[in-house]
Design a protein around this ligand. Structure first.
Ligand SMILES: [Zn+2]
Length: 151
């Protein structure tokens, strides 16, 4: 069983949300938060279904001419988001309209999306032509979150 790993925005430590996101699992995460066991801070998890979000983003990328380049650009755009206005600008830009449905509504949630896109970039860097399966994504995602925290 694979659980969704999260990074606490407050103390930056990584913890398991206790939410099963293993292959085959469909979890709806609307309005959910998970509490950091280290500092007690409540962390947002992505809206919608984690799996649905991942597969939705992957699908849009796979339809583009150069998925790796596109994913890299999206990652870059998301990493620059500092405010609600920045996020609104991305969501209303024609450049990113295909991703609109899969992007968060508030900047507080952006860290989880950056981790998702970063994972996709890593997978595509290894194998640009690969079709990303959810179970492969999850293995890499959990590594990414751990690596980012220096473990
Ligand atoms: Zn914490």
């Amino acid at each position: 069983m694979t659980t969704l790993i999260m990074q606490c925005k407050n103390c930056l430590r990584v913890f398991s949300s206790g939410i099963n996101i293993g292959s085959g699992a469909t979890v709806t995460l609307v309005g959910n938060t998970s509490q950091c066991p280290f500092c007690g801070s409540f962390e947002n998890i992505p809206d919608g279904t984690f799996r649905g979000t991942v597969e939705g983003i992957v699908q849009v990328l796979e339809q583009s001419e150069n998925p790796l380049k596109r994913a890299g650009e999206l990652l870059d755009a998301l990493e620059r988001v500092k405010s609600q206005e920045d996020l609104k600008r991305i969501k209303s830009s024609p450049k990113w309209s295909a991703f609109k449905k899969w992007l968060p509504d508030s900047p507080e949630k952006i860290a989880a999306y950056i981790a998702i896109i970063y994972t996709i970039v890593q997978l595509l860097t290894k194998e640009p032509k690969m079709s990303i399966q959810y179970n492969i994504f999850i293995e890499q995602y959990n590594q990414v979150v751990n690596i980012k925290n220096g473990k």
